[in-house]
Write a new protein. Structure first.
Length: 365
């Protein structure tokens, strides 16, 4: 828990009260995410899946012979031929977020949304065409779509259970604070949602099937949405933040829009820094990916606003902060472990960035 708290507080400027509030919310959400699954894992799958599997009135009509979706559930009648699914219909009574099982047995024609959509595959699989690209979601996978993604969905079978999260951008305020300021494809995606900017990458596909902590968080998020808890929104927002933080640890599982070659390279670079920070060099990365140094240098600055050295330094210092607070290793060993052979340089750099020595940082928290 505490490394997450330090990460959140070090990446955002917060008052003491705000830090205590964040700490409490993270603690509560982690208890839910880590321990509640142990309580319901034996029956939650059956109970929750049974609820999600229930045949809806729309699906009954389809099974009875109706060949299309019920447009009145999705599209504003003022725009009969509109292909934009309207938030006023799927998010009623001032809600910032809601969920509904994906409609099965029918082809869902091409459409966009005036909100952000997450699709979580609970069971089976579904086939999506996003901006002309085919994506097959398997059990445990996640698909994030911004307001500009063009989506089409092939008919799903009875045992293909997906949950659609319909979300207004302002819901992400808490989660956005929690993921901090480190460049990432997920952070860029959230920014594009908040600004309603049509970017190169209109979707993120997370092939995270089998990653327990993510499936636990998703299941708890669904349970929270079905609950009648008075602080349901706060719990959902904090759980979403924890989900984002976990997803950022699995950058190798992310697929972005195919037309975003640059974004794909940056994801690979950030993943490389995340895992190889001790010995990482831009030359090594460029050679492995067949890119010349000049091109990758310009691309890094264009996409992140920083250069490679700054990104690497940020990762090394963030890791050193974690080790200072979570281990008893001497600062000299920590310096070497994160990639600084010159311990004196590490101490000067640390103080310049954080305003205190590694020793002061260790005892100050």
């Amino acid at each position: 828990m505490f490394p997450i708290y330090y990460h959140v507080c070090s990446c955002t400027i917060m008052s003491a009260f705000e830090q205590i509030s964040v700490l409490f919310c993270i603690f509560a959400a982690m208890i839910i995410a880590l321990y509640c699954p142990l309580l319901y894992i034996q029956y939650m799958d059956k109970k929750l899946l049974a609820r999600l599997d229930a045949i809806t009135d729309e699906e009954k009509a389809i099974l009875a012979g109706h060949k299309d979706i019920d447009r009145t559930l999705y599209y504003n009648p003022a725009g009969r031929k509109s292909d934009v699914i309207d938030s006023s219909l799927v998010l009623q009574n001032g809600k910032l977020i809601d969920i509904r099982p994906h409609v099965r047995f029918v082809h869902f024609p091409r459409h966009t949304h005036n909100f952000v959509e997450f699709v979580y595959m609970c069971q089976g699989s579904t086939t999506h065409i996003i901006d002309g690209q085919k994506i097959v979601l398997k059990e445990g996978d996640l698909l994030f779509l911004n307001q500009h993604a063009i989506q089409e969905i092939m008919p799903a079978g009875r045992n293909d259970i997906a949950v659609n999260f319909m979300i207004l951008p302002q819901f992400f305020d808490t989660a956005f604070q929690m993921i901090g300021t480190e460049p990432s494809a997920l952070r860029d995606f959230i920014i594009s949602c908040l600004t309603d900017k049509n970017s190169d990458g209109n979707y993120l596909y997370f092939a995270v099937s089998g990653i327990t902590e993510i499936s636990n968080l998703m299941e708890n998020l669904i349970l929270t949405m079905y609950s009648e808890s008075p602080n349901k929104r706060s719990i959902a927002q904090t759980t979403m933040g924890l989900l984002f933080m976990n997803l950022m640890n699995h950058t190798e599982k992310i697929t972005v829009s195919f037309n975003s070659y640059e974004e794909d390279i940056i994801i690979k670079l950030l993943s490389y820094i995340e895992t190889e920070y001790k010995d990482a060099t831009l030359t090594c990365f460029a050679d492995k990916n067949g890119i010349d140094l000049y091109t990758i240098s310009r691309l890094v600055h264009k996409r992140t606003g920083s250069n490679f050295r700054e990104l690497l330094q940020n990762k090394r210092l963030t890791q050193s902060c974690y080790l200072l607070r979570s281990t008893k290793l001497p600062s000299s060993e920590i310096a070497v472990s994160v990639g600084y052979e010159n311990v004196s340089f590490f101490h000067r750099l640390f103080k310049r960035v954080y305003g205190e020595t590694p020793g002061e940082y260790r005892t100050g928290g």
